[in-house]
Design a protein around this ligand. Structure first.
Ligand SMILES: [Fe+2]
Ligand SMILES: [Fe+2]
Length: 195
């Protein structure tokens, strides 16, 4: 069952061209993103230890993201690509976090909904990468697998939100954040990176 909403703005073809023109750089950024996604899932566990209903799924998501990191790193190692030495701040994530409301309850909801949107954007972009890969069946298959896995995560975080908030609170806010994310994505400088 699908819980997430469609993204408000589709990624432009120029993004895919930028990524495909420097795939080693994209892989380095992608590995960082998976590691940070795992850390984000676990940060929910650390910040909201009393939300016991969602802890098992958060742990499972954290493990899956770490597994993605392991897999991306294996593709990198095979190609002689090192992990990035310095991890620059992700302007996309920073701008999204700025959208969170400040009172604890609404902040919790916004963080869950943004996590869903980040996962949906990842799914969309891995699908674009998958479709653009030629002459490497293994890598193409890998991005196909990731695209479906991130789409599943996109639904999980909305489902978690619905555990604590009713639909009338969740979906209008999700639509609002989706639209804001669409505007952010369009202002970002194109880089061979996930965002
Ligand atoms: Fe992932
Ligand atoms: Fe994910």
């Amino acid at each position: 069952m699908k819980y997430s909403l469609e993204l408000a703005a589709a990624t432009r073809p120029e993004w895919t061209q930028t990524v495909m023109s420097d795939f080693p750089a994209f892989l380095r950024d992608h590995a960082d993103c998976e590691r940070k996604a795992s850390a984000m899932a676990m940060s929910f566990v650390a910040k909201y230890p009393d939300r016991t209903e969602i802890i098992p799924e958060l742990i499972e998501t954290g493990v899956e993201e770490l597994e993605h990191f392991r897999q991306v790193y294996a593709h990198m190692a095979k190609r002689g690509i090192r992990l990035a030495r310095e991890i620059a701040e992700d302007p996309y994530i920073k701008k999204l976090v700025d959208l969170c409301r400040t009172d604890p309850l609404h902040r919790f909801l916004d963080r869950l909904l943004l996590a869903s949107i980040i996962e949906c954007r990842g799914a969309e972009r891995f699908r674009l990468v998958c479709n653009a890969i030629e002459n490497d069946a293994e890598l193409k298959e890998f991005y196909h697998h990731l695209w479906t896995s991130e789409a599943k995560h996109g639904n999980i975080f909305v489902k978690m939100a619905l555990t604590y908030f009713d639909e009338g609170n969740v979906y209008p806010r999700l639509k609002e954040l989706n639209e804001a994310e669409g505007r952010i994505v369009e202002t970002l400088k194109l880089r061979p990176a996930l965002h």
